[in-house]
Write a protein that binds this ligand. Structure first.
Ligand code: SF4
Length: 361
């Protein structure tokens, strides 16, 4: 059975090459070819000897997801609906007669070009178990954790597709389907390759992991020598309200979450980001804004206000006046605050809308 190479780090590729009887440095060359040069076909890896390329073609593989659909938004962003390659167990079951459609797992990634940069929003799990009530992904439930290769492919594929018109800066946000800190090891393997100067070579300033507030995961992330920026999805100003919107709050209530934020070792250039989805008439009052100011009083934190994106859920968009009032209260109290209108709403690509919806277009 050919070995899957996508998602392997440099050390694993060195070990793999040694296992083939090749010098270990070939592993580092393979690593560079896949992640820095985005060469997914061994025949194109001209930094490797021809004999090794031929051997790799039979003894290894680089399995990318299949792009089932691309939904292009009027604002220039694109939602990718990706079918993941079947894993080994499923391949074997399929040989035993399982229908191919029954083994297909799909995920979504969103590519958002803008002036001077592109931002790619990626999934870390297929579906999600966290059950935030304002989020359509929650309705899928957890299908499964993604592997490091499946996480990385969501960055590599769109970058390769847009290679002729890429802007100089690439941002990656781990904010698609899934709770990244509940798939910690695979996420961190992928993140280390994204941030490695010999790998995908993104800056830690441009990669953001967003969590619903998994406190043990935040504490674990704090100890990682290489890590992305951290964003915490707050969405409420008191426990009762957060319990109702995000059941995870019963396990990790606000005091515990904010304490984890207070202890989080920020790098000199870094701020904690709190995301706050504004739901009309639910959590968007001036009192909520004042409570948020008090909650964040002792943190080096900024706030992204995200007006809720409509989906088939029993919430309303906040009015423009409420959004502005909320923003003004935070800003006047010295909290850095930004209103983030999501991109790709017309193609179900915006925050909280990723639910594998297939639309015309
Ligand atoms: S907001 Fe994030 S953590 Fe919450 S259900 Fe949606 S995907 Fe999961």
């Amino acid at each position: 059975m050919p070995a899957e190479l996508l998602g392997k780090d440099r050390e694993e590729l060195r070990t793999f090459c040694k296992g083939l009887g090749e010098p270990a440095f070939r592993g580092a060359q393979l690593y560079h070819a896949v992640y820095a040069e985005r060469k997914f076909d061994f025949a194109r890896m001209t930094n490797l000897p021809a004999a090794l390329r031929e051997r790799l073609a039979t003894e290894a593989r680089i399995s990318l997801p299949e792009i089932r659909r691309r939904f292009k938004s009027q604002d220039g962003s694109a939602r990718y609906l990706l079918d993941l390659p079947p894993d080994e167990e499923r391949r074997t079951r399929n040989l035993l007669g399982e229908h191919p459609a029954a083994q297909r797992t799909s995920i979504e990634a969103v590519f958002m070009p803008s002036e001077g940069r592109q931002t790619i929003c990626i999934s870390t799990q297929a579906g999600c178990a966290v059950d935030c009530h304002f989020c359509l992904t929650a309705q899928l439930g957890l299908i499964r954790n993604l592997t490091p290769g499946e996480i990385l492919a969501q960055v590599l594929l769109p970058l390769e597709e847009h290679k002729s018109d890429l802007a100089p800066q690439t941002n990656v946000v781990l904010m698609g389907q899934g709770e990244p800190l509940l798939n910690f090891d695979a996420v961190m393997t992928a993140v280390r390759i994204l941030l490695d100067p010999d790998g995908v070579a993104l800056s830690p300033k441009h990669v953001t992991l967003s969590t619903s507030g998994i406190v043990p995961g935040i504490e674990r992330l704090a100890k990682e020598p290489v890590r992305p920026k951290l964003a915490i999805s707050l969405n409420a100003s008191q426990d009762e309200q957060r319990d109702a919107l995000m059941p995870i709050n019963r396990k990790y209530p606000l005091a515990m979450l904010l304490e984890a934020g207070r202890k989080y070792p920020l790098r000199p250039w870094e701020w904690l980001t709190f995301e706050y989805v504004l739901l009309g008439g639910v959590n968007d009052s001036p009192e909520d804004a004042r409570r948020v100011v008090r909650l964040l009083a002792h943190l080096k934190a900024k706030v992204n206000l995200i007006p809720w994106n409509p989906g088939e859920l029993p919430y309303d968009e906040p009015s423009a006046d409420r959004v502005e009032e909320f923003r003004r209260i935070l800003a006047e109290k010295g909290v850095p605050v930004f209103v983030r209108y999501s991109r790709g709403r017309d193609v179900m690509a915006a925050c909280g809308q990723l639910a594998l919806v297939e639309i015309q277009g």
